[in-house]
Design a protein around this ligand. Structure first.
Ligand SMILES: CC(C)(COP(=O)(O)OP(=O)(O)OC[C@H]1O[C@@H](n2cnc3c(N)ncnc32)[C@H](O)[C@@H]1OP(=O)(O)O)[C@@H](O)C(=O)NCCC(=O)NCCS
Length: 169
């Protein structure tokens, strides 16, 4: 693998298995509802999302997932195959992602980066600084209650369901 053999393109549905495998290889497979094949298919189908893959000699070697809400652009996930990390793939994926966001009109791009404070995760902030991001003090918080007890119905609000049921009188 050389720097010039790395090609970045938009992800296609046939790339999904490789993307899931890279997530698992990096031990970042959190939940099938977020990281699984069906979730990735939904991400690919939505135009405002960015999902890019790096390809080297025909193999998918990494990916980047980001979203654009019309005002803010955000990178949610970046992952490179463990075997080829530190060879420039992450940097190329981020540069291509930023270009995509610029085309959409994004004034800034943020990222949720693991900072190593959790013992089972490495500090990726050094990488993000190297590719042009600045640290701002913030914590990522998640409300897990939407999952409920039934994993199949993970809290998705149905079209005809009021979003503020408890306020109804
Ligand atoms: C973080 C990650 C995406 C970086 O991808 P990569 O292809 O290895 O990165 P690059 O080779 O493009 O690195 C760019 C620069 O950052 C440095 N770098 C990369 N990962 C680093 C790390 N974990 N710690 C310190 N420096 C790092 C590289 O040495 C390189 O520096 P240089 O330009 O001075 O030589 C990759 O290591 C990865 O997938 N890690 C596991 C998943 C993860 O942590 N994702 C980020 C959370 S969103």
């Amino acid at each position: 693998m050389t720097q010039s053999s790395i090609m970045i393109r938009r992800a296609r549905t046939e790339d999904i298995d490789a993307i899931v495998q890279i997530t698992k290889d990096n031990e970042h497979f959190w939940s099938s509802q977020v990281d699984g094949a069906e979730a990735l298919a939904r991400i690919i189908a939505r135009e405002d999302n960015i999902i890019l893959v790096s390809v080297d000699e025909g193999n998918i070697t990494g990916f980047l997932i980001g979203t654009w809400d019309g005002a803010r652009a955000f990178i949610h996930k970046l992952s490179v195959s463990p075997a080829i990390q530190h060879k420039g793939t992450g940097r190329k994926l981020v540069a291509a992602g930023i270009e995509e966001f610029k085309k959409k009109g994004a004034p800034t791009v943020g990222v949720s980066a693991a900072d190593g404070t959790r013992t089972d995760e490495e500090d990726s902030t050094v990488f993000w600084k190297k590719v042009g991001f600045e640290y701002i003090p913030a914590r990522l918080m998640i409300n897990f209650t939407i999952w409920g007890e039934d994993e199949e119905d993970h809290g998705q609000i149905k079209d005809d369901e009021p979003m503020n049921k408890e306020d109804e009188s």
